[in-house]
Design a protein around this ligand. Structure first.
Ligand SMILES: Nc1ncnc2c1ncn2[C@@H]1O[C@H](COP(=O)(O)OP(=O)(O)OP(=O)(O)O)[C@@H](O)[C@H]1O
Ligand SMILES: [Mg+2]
Length: 235
């Protein structure tokens, strides 16, 4: 299978099998430069499998299809995956030489100025995720892949992270594919919400609600209701 480098994400007829079972089964997806797409789907529907394919982290998995992604891709996971033996700033600029100033600026952007020399275990879970975001964005990715990045955070910290992520995306304008289980989070953050089921994208909602988006808005409720339907949840 060939991975081509382009400005946009283009996935065609993507198949990924584990033990003969096709988890992704002819999946098509396009993401435009700067577009924010949220991906919903039941547990085990293949969301992380799709992210790993886009990140090029699934070279050991059997499959076929065409995959075009930008050259510069960053990934954020549910746990921050910081190196515990490296200080915060060193974690942010890991693998980049002479990037100290950029790293400090990124930490300032995520509200962690002054914590450059802290150890990761001296930070709260939310702060560690901020470091993970700084580490991703310091690389100025054209595509940011995020796999439930706020899944382990409490509700209040989550809301703060939403505000932060929107601000960072407005500044850096990467294309984003965000996996989440939280339908409201998807609608608040994304330009478009898609639902994965049986190995393909089965529903899509373009979100054109005025900011700040509120779950009290009838338009919001209508989108939520259609997405829940697609997820097989009837209220
Ligand atoms: N390395 C692997 N070997 C075998 N099966 C796997 C492997 N990785 C994933 N799977 C299977 O593929 C399916 C999709 O997994 P995936 O992790 O992509 O789901 P997901 O949508 O991210 O789920 P969740 O919401 O729980 O994170 C699951 O049934 C899982 O058991
Ligand atoms: Mg997953």
């Amino acid at each position: 299978m060939t991975v081509i480098t382009t400005a946009t994400v283009q996935v065609r007829d993507l198949v990924r099998r584990y033990d003969e079972r096709a988890v992704l089964d002819g999946l098509d997806l396009d993401i435009a430069p700067g577009e924010f797409v949220a991906l919903l789907g039941k547990s085990g529907s293949g969301k992380s499998t799709l992210l790993r394919a886009l990140a090029g982290l699934d070279y050991d998995v059997e499959g076929s299809g065409e995959l075009a992604v930008p050259q510069n891709v960053s990934v954020v996971f549910q746990d921050s995956r910081l190196l515990p033996w490296a200080r915060v700033l060193d974690n942010v600029v890991l693998g980049l030489s002479g990037a100290g100033d950029r790293g400090r600026k990124s930490l300032e952007e995520v509200g962690l100025a002054g914590r450059e020399q802290a150890w990761p275990n001296e930070l709260s879970g939310g702060e560690q995720q901020r470091v993970a975001l700084a580490r991703s964005l310091v690389r100025e990715p054209e595509l940011l892949l995020a796999d439930e990045p706020f899944g382990a955070l409490d509700a209040l910290t989550r809301l703060k992270m939403h505000v932060l992520l929107r601000k960072l995306c407005a500044t850096h304008q990467p294309a984003v594919l965000l996996v989440t289980h939280d339908v409201d989070e998807a609608i608040v953050l994304a330009d478009r919400v898609i639902v994965l089921d049986e190995g393909r994208i089965v529903a899509e909602e373009v979100v054109e609600l005025a900011a700040p988006r509120s779950s009290a808005d009838p338009g919001f409720a209508a989108i939520r209701s259609r997405l829940l339907d697609a997820l097989g949840v009837s209220l």
